[in-house]
Design a protein around this ligand. Sequence first.
Ligand code: UVW
Length: 323
Amino acid sequence: DTQPTPPMREVLGTDAPTNWGKWGPDDELGCLNYLDDAEVLRGVRHIRTGETFTLQTQMGHPKGDPVFPGRKSIERENILDEGSWAPDADGTAPDFPGGLHYADDVARIFLQGSTQYDALGHVWYDDRIWNGYDAETTVGGLDKASVLPIAEKGVAGRGVLIDMARHRGKEHLAKGETFDHRDLQEAARAQGVTIEKHDILLIRTGFVPYWYTTTEEEFYADFCEPGLTHSRELVEWFQHAEIPNLVTDTIANEVTKDPESGAMLPLHCALMRNLGLVLTEVCWLDDLAAACAADGRWSFLYTAAPLKVVEGTGAPVNPVVIR
Ligand code: UVW
């Protein structure tokens, strides 16, 4: 295919739906503004049994962590352990009165290198990030729309899980396999649940689990994750449903390459940059999905507290669901 990929503004349309200005000129929370106190209580009303599910993947799994090409798994180094106090050690370990010994680790991580919240300023096109802030504000760290305001707020509300892999009778969706808002609603109907206004939307594809059962070569060969595919109707659907937060078990929450235009990650721009919809990626949804399938209840309280990384492009998180 020799057709050049059009610029993002053409892929999305110059009149693409936007929520810029909706919450004022200084907003850094975007659609999380929908999650007010009443929405938290609506989520609480969907707790029945008290079972809890953590949605983070392990950081530093022996297999390595599923990351977007170009990123790396956490590099964790132990810098103090019992050996630090051995007679032949270098003597730098602190000699605490009472003889206390302790273990310390230091880690180098990609903030987007495991289960994480993307900051609203994480992606952009045409020199503008979320709410119209100048892309210059990203230089050296996000001065605007970093992950910090999201982390300061915390996320809680009614979550609903749509299991696209189960709906299509697959262990995991295939590379490049797509679905849209109509497919989500069809799957929801089959599950007997309704996606309601302001729901935190969780979508299971089985693709992160696939990482743990295949080889690295196979996982990254012709890398194209399955996922939501861009259309104006889909973006309008998300805008009208006022979805605050999209949570998936893929690395990027959308099909990697738009099959129509060839653009990479257009929904990051259409949903995050333009609508202020917050993305949570690389989640582990299998245990939650199994419990939901077992008793047919697909809604619950979803909570998440990403780490408070000042100027961060994103932050690791371990979301907790209570059913
Ligand atoms: C990129 O932006 C490349 O990835 P993600 O938002 O999935 O971390």
